[in-house]
Design a protein around this ligand. Structure first.
Ligand code: URA
Length: 209
């Protein structure tokens, strides 16, 4: 099966998923969107109100800011794949629970990442970061590139955090500004991808920046 088909099948399954309690609070599941051959995947936390209404990721205020950040590095949202660690809106926008995260990522996010095989994964926010860098503090690692299980992962603050806390805005803008440099190093990234699987506890930091 090609990567586009895998993504479509995943989205079909997500739409009727009853594997965790979050199906109770969803109006529309949000599988994610973007090209099947995207070089960058952005992973947020979970759908909010607007995403739940529309069935699309990052379409509210945080999404508007994400689009501005992408534009600042010459990208449009249609150039990248955007998704979340959980595909259904947690009730009242609460944080997703560990079981919800593990169920959803094992069933869907893993498959999406395998299918797309991106050069770079950008995690948005703490929960998404913890999936790849469980022992890290976002305040220490944001904007740095790591190799985790053979993939280049760059943790960043969540755009919504920057909207709530103005001092984070220039920080996330600076972190985004590093993406083009990272994307222009395909050889290094793929060399690293062929290395031994890194343990989550001991991610290898790339020396690109
Ligand atoms: N915040 C997220 O983490 N994901 C979305 O899709 C929207 C807002």
């Amino acid at each position: 099966m090609g990567s586009e088909e895998i993504l479509m099948q995943t989205a079909d399954e997500v739409a009727v998923c009853f594997e965790c309690e979050l199906y109770h609070s969803r109006k529309n599941a949000v599988a994610g969107e973007g090209p099947a051959d995207a070089e960058i995947v952005f992973i947020g936390e979970g759908p909010g109100f607007h995403e739940n209404e529309q069935g699309r990721p990052f379409v509210g205020a945080a999404g508007k800011f994400l689009e501005e950040l992408l534009a600042s590095i010459g990208l449009e949202r249609s150039d990248v794949f955007i998704t979340n660690i959980v595909k259904c809106r947690p009730p009242g926008n609460r944080d997703p629970l560990p079981e919800e995260i593990s169920t959803c990522t094992n069933l869907y996010l893993e498959r999406q990442i395998q299918a797309i095989n991106p050069k770079v994964i950008v995690t948005l926010g703490r929960y998404s970061m913890e999936l790849f860098l469980p022992k890290s503090k976002i305040s220490s690692v944001h904007g740095q590139a790591f190799v985790v299980k053979g993939r280049v992962v760059v943790p960043m603050y969540h755009p919504a955090a920057a909207l709530h806390q103005g001092s984070l805005r220039p920080v996330i803008e600076r972190d985004f500004a590093r993406i083009p440099e990272l994307m222009s190093k395909p050889t290094e990234a793929s060399d690293y991808r062929n290395e031994e699987v890194e343990s989550d506890q001991d991610p290898k930091q790339l020396s690109l920046f």
